[in-house]
Design a protein around this ligand. Structure first.
Ligand SMILES: Cc1ncc(COP(=O)(O)O)c(C=O)c1O
Length: 414
């Protein structure tokens, strides 16, 4: 058997912003015998999962599930709706937006990339002026990453949706929620999103290996004229059999067991409570960072991510050397700086299956690591977080997890 953990005792702290810690409940659910994916038991599982996923996407629209990483769902969104040479408007929010753009270019789309400084979200005002200037309706899609995992910046998707409505532009809105779904409030229908892209390994608390598209009626209509080659990713193959509970190919059966369990957990807690938990843990993290005297990469407090916090290290310090010390000494993985941020930042993931004391352990490891790595900063970050967590504790024990009667989420429990 492969040895993944040569540490003498205790659990590894997986504090990268995804994959996230997988709850024992989910691990146990995955650890069941694989069943016939063409049998009645499997069909019931798929149907139940699709109902649950629609609640999480906050949509009545169709949802498809791929046995793939999130990158596959990025590609699926584009190939099902667009044709070679189509113009696509994307916003340079960071590394992941840049990767999605690269896929679009490889597929033969003409990408207009609104430049960004990797410290701000997608600029709704600039998107509006581009759409207003596009009298010919050459732009076929607007693609935005909701939560840019490389920077810890969350874009305002409601604003972008409103812009598209206000300009009455027919472009489809496609949103990547890979590090926001089930961690940060997201509404596929209310924000008039056409294609939502998601993955299993972050807020959904699963291992990597599943990805998703939620598909509006407009996006579905676009498939009729879309001419980019598609086969494996073709929504129509999935939709033809998914209402009966099946897949057009062999699905990731055991990950789907885990997904059912994760959905149960999320809906038992209630989505609004899940989001509030993430926001509170993110605020505690930011208080620690400020107390250390370090800078948060996200430059606009209205766009702070509830999933992760990216922390800048002072000039002359090496964020990767610091991360190595934290891993070697405390068995904790922190996120590295990606792309142009390599070595300049580290990222603390505080999403998914996570609570107050897990955050306290995480921040303690960071504070000790900063000192050991000789990064110029102050002590007291952990204390600042403890003070905040103590003063904002949302009740004690199981009662705090019970759904609030009459809350917006009450209908989602089940
Ligand atoms: C926002 C975002 N989009 C896309 C991806 C790519 O997903 P995957 O690595 O699962 O293919 C990631 C991965 O971390 C991500 O964080």
């Amino acid at each position: 058997m492969q040895e993944l953990d040569d540490h003498p005792s205790g659990r590894h702290f997986l504090q990268i912003p995804g994959p996230t810690n997988v709850p024992d409940r989910v691990l146990r659910a995955i650890d069941q015998p694989t069943i016939d994916h063409r049998g009645p038991e499997f069909a019931a599982l798929t149907k139940s999962i699709l109902v649950g996923m629609k609640k999480v996407f906050r949509t009545e629209a169709d949802v498809v599930i791929y046995p793939s990483s999130g990158t596959g769902a990025w590609e699926a969104a584009l190939v099902n709706t667009l044709s070679p040479g189509d113009r696509v408007l994307m916003a340079e929010t960071g590394h992941f937006a840049t990767l999605w753009k690269r896929i679009a270019e490889r597929l033969g789309l003409m990408v207009e990339f609104l430049p960004g400084d990797w410290r701000h979200g997608a600029p709704a005002a600039q998107i509006e002026s581009r759409l207003r200037a596009d009298n010919e309706h050459a732009i076929k899609a607007v693609c935005v990453v909701h939560n840019e995992t490389s920077t810890g910046v969350t874009s305002n998707i409601a604003d972008v949706g409103e812009v598209i409505d206000r300009t009455a532009h027919p472009a489809l809105l496609m949103v990547d929620t890979i590090s926001s779904l089930a961690s940060i409030d997201y509404r596929h229908d209310a924000w008039r999103v056409d294609v939502t892209v998601a993955g299993s390994q972050k807020g959904l608390m699963l291992p990597p290996g599943l990805s998703f598209n939620a598909i509006s009626a407009n996006a579905l209509a676009a498939t009729r004229t879309a001419r980019l080659p598609r086969s494996y990713w073709d929504w129509s193959d999935q939709l033809a059999v998914s209402s009966a509970g099946f897949f057009p190919y062999t699905p990731a059966t055991n990950l789907l067991y885990g997904l059912q369990e994760a959905l149960d957990m999320l809906l038992e807690e209630g989505l609004d409570r899940v989001f509030a938990r993430h926001e509170r843990l993110a605020e505690a993290t930011r208080r620690a960072v400020r107390a250390w005297g370090l800078e948060i990469l996200c430059a606009n407090p209205a766009e702070y991510s509830a999933s992760l916090t990216a922390v800048m290290v002072p000039d002359g310090s090496d964020a990767d050397a610091f991360r190595k010390i934290v891993l070697d000494r405390f068995d904790m993985s922190l996120g590295q700086g990606l792309g142009r941020l390599s070595g300049k930042i580290f990222r603390i993931g505080h999403l998914g299956y996570f609570n107050d004391l897990m955050l306290c352990g995480t921040l303690s490891g960071v504070e000790m690591g900063l000192k050991l790595a000789g990064i110029p900063c102050r002590a007291g970050g952990v204390q600042a977080a403890l003070d905040f967590l103590r003063d904002t504790a949302p009740g004690a024990g199981r009662d705090s997890r019970a759904p609030a009667t009459g809350s917006k989420d009450a209908a989602l429990v089940g």
